[in-house]
Design a protein around this ligand. Structure first.
Ligand code: FES
Length: 131
């Protein structure tokens, strides 16, 4: 998909979602995370999640993707929902939660939410496998 075409068709997200998209605290890579994961979705988009976990709680989280804004918004929402949660509670975050919170994710981009939560789950699995 042409990413610039995609951008032109972006829905008018609510203010808080736009703020999430612009939140540089959540976006980027991390040098020394407790755990991390990389996944490539069936569409070819790639995503990374980095977690700092202290006493079983996600105290810092970052995502990185060069995917379209829909992909980015799903990752940002997933990161924002997971930040501060115990790893067990973070595993309860679903693609449905992300879709509900984003209000306006089009049907042909619902899979972006699955890539986002799947990458989070993989980063948590990476943490569990270290224990
Ligand atoms: Fe593929 Fe969003 S367009 S994950």
């Amino acid at each position: 998909m042409n990413k610039s075409d995609d951008k032109e068709n972006l829905p008018c997200y609510p203010q808080e979602v736009q703020e999430l998209l612009n939140d540089t605290k959540l976006f980027g890579r991390m040098n020394d995370p407790t755990s991390s994961a990389y996944l490539k979705g069936p569409c070819g988009d790639e995503m990374e999640f980095y977690l700092v976990i202290k006493e079983n709680r996600i105290t810092e989280i970052k995502y990185y993707t060069q995917g379209c804004d829909y992909t980015k918004s799903c990752a940002a929402m997933t990161a924002s929902l997971a930040e501060g949660k115990t790893v067990q509670n973070a595993l309860l975050i679903s693609a449905g939660d992300v879709i509900d919170r984003l209000k306006g994710l089009p049907d042909d981009h619902l899979h972006c939410s699955i890539l986002a939560v799947s990458t989070l789950y993989r980063a948590i699995a990476d943490y569990f496998l270290q224990a």
